[in-house]
Write a protein that binds this ligand. Sequence first.
Ligand SMILES: Cc1ncc(COP(=O)(O)O)c(C=O)c1O
Length: 444
Amino acid sequence: MSIPEIKTALPGPKAAAIIARDSKSVSPSYTRDYPFVMAKGQGAVVEDVDGNVFLDCAAGIAVTGTGHSHPDVVNAIISQVHKYLHMSGTDFYYEPQVELAEKIGALVPIPGPTRAFFGNSGTEANEAAIKMARYHTKRVNIIAFLGSFHGRTLGSLALTSSRAVQRTGFGPMMPGVFHAPYANPYRNPFNASPDACAEASISYIEDQILTQLVSPDEVAAIVVEPIQGEGGYVVPPAAFHQRLRALTSKHGILLIADEVQSGMGRTGKMFASEHFGLEPDIVSIAKGIASGLPLGITVARADVMDWKPGAHASTFGGNPVSCAAALATINVLKSGVVKNAAIVGAHLMGRLNALKERYALIGDVRGRGLMIGVEFVRNRVTKERATTERDRIVQEMFKRGVLILGAGRNALRFAPPLVLTTDQADVIVDIFEQALVAVTNNQG
Ligand SMILES: Cc1ncc(COP(=O)(O)O)c(C=O)c1O
């Protein structure tokens, strides 16, 4: 069988019937770009309910790093479900949670002893980080970055600033949040050179936020995505993170790295912070940690996680089945999958950069490992955003059998399972090129 293989019109009859039912019963707030209805998956290959076979370049929004239903993860889950499904780590003890706290503590780029708090999702990992920062520092204010995505519950939503639709209708937001421009080398908001964007962003925090708006000794934390995810897979210069670390240390402000999307091997290192030599005080983890089972973890310096019993907890957080999946996921990632992300990611990046030479619609290719963003522009000088063209490329790739998602206003994110092979990466790029040709030929 060749992969991908599209056998029916899309959606096929079974998919269409399920989507019709979904449209009457499921929340209309979800943003489905195309009618893919999952039946099963293995590695980087997924099949829909009509038997159409796709290559997955989205991994359930950067979640299934070990690939769909990796046998080691599935076996760990099965073994755990036969023992017990739930006990609640807030009131009782169970070893998988302790073991995971030890293992993840040894992996995060936080120096010294750590502790782990368990939730169920990325937004909960950030809620815990925000609460912990306020509790520990006895300060209330938080600084986040424009274009960031930290979740949708009311605490993390106040930090999220990637698309207005995510905030519209839900105000007033949690007070005490200030936003600074992210150091985006391609779209430097200060019109400085790519290298100078780190300097400009830090100066904005120092000279404007911390001078004109809020005293540094009232700021609990700065929350940053080491590589911005939903905002467009933006890679800042290393100087940005180094200056941020120096600034926070100077003022006793905690530095929270939101590694929900960039962590767990996605960038070819276990955590994206490692690419920049960044040593945060708190790290938020979710998505790829348990290969698809719900789990969020907030790991912090042991002296920072000093809240008292009863201060924070979650009934389901750190569920034993999710912990078992996470322990197996970590083993699989360490046994060559993170390395594979670096190798196949470099290959993919090379091929995408070659396409940039030939297609003016591609303004920028950036990323690390298998977290790669391609930004589309109508004009390389003015950088006019090619949003409709990006949306059409997503559709054209779906029609040809590749699942991919946009990021930011006009970028495409290549975020496949980290077990993707070089051959599969080549097929994705070939189909991407076909989509580019289709969209470029049909302009206007
Ligand atoms: C960087 C980042 N933080 C937090 C979240 C929120 O995670 P969740 O959807 O699991 O709440 C996301 C989700 O996309 C994310 O990319």
